[in-house]
Design a protein around this ligand. Sequence first.
Ligand code: SAH
Length: 214
Amino acid sequence: MIEDNFRHKGKRQQLVKTVTRKGITDKKVLEAIGKIPRHLFMDSSFEDHAYQDKAFPIAADQTISQPYTVAFQTEKLEIEKGDKVLEIGTGSGYQTAVLCELGAKVYSIERQRELYKKTKNFLNKIGYRPKHLSFGDGYKGLPEYAPFDKIIVTAGAPYVPKDLLGQLKVGGRMIIPVGSDVQTMTMFIRKSPQEFDKTEFGQFRFVPLLEDKN
Ligand code: SAH
């Protein structure tokens, strides 16, 4: 059942305060966190956990990312209305919804068929309209829709996939957690067809970006 009541809204405002305290400043990102009913993106029996600043298990052994992490990655992308954004790892669709709230045209890829189908139906049901949701391998990106203004990878990448860098517009940016057990949040800004600026931020922990389909 889709219910978003005053109790949920109250807890959401607490969550906005928590991520603000942890250093998120972008008003639009905070507004999106304050608006999106995160409890609906997880199983209803776990509703009590929805507004804690924590990652949480969802279907197919995957996780809904921690709100702070979602906010951090989104803030670093400096999303402008109308940006064409590629997301790798649709998962629960929560990050997708944040990008939609910011006015991005979102293209997202998920490699677990079950999650892909479930999230596609769910986002539609609650009124989020990404441009394109796709079932497949995120390492390859979406060449048929490239280039993108922004790319966000929401699973831990053991290395930086070349195809993704190649699908970035000049002037565009990609945020990607790189590493195996623990990941270093890394941003690439494409300065020219050949040159990328690289910035590293702190350490994060994600489920792995897997290479082969089941
Ligand atoms: N953005 C999601 C995070 C989900 S966790 C959210 O907000 O809930 C990361 C997701 O990446 C998982 O759903 C996992 O199945 C997916 N994933 C892992 N490897 C992938 C790959 N190679 N291509 C596409 N998706 C992948």
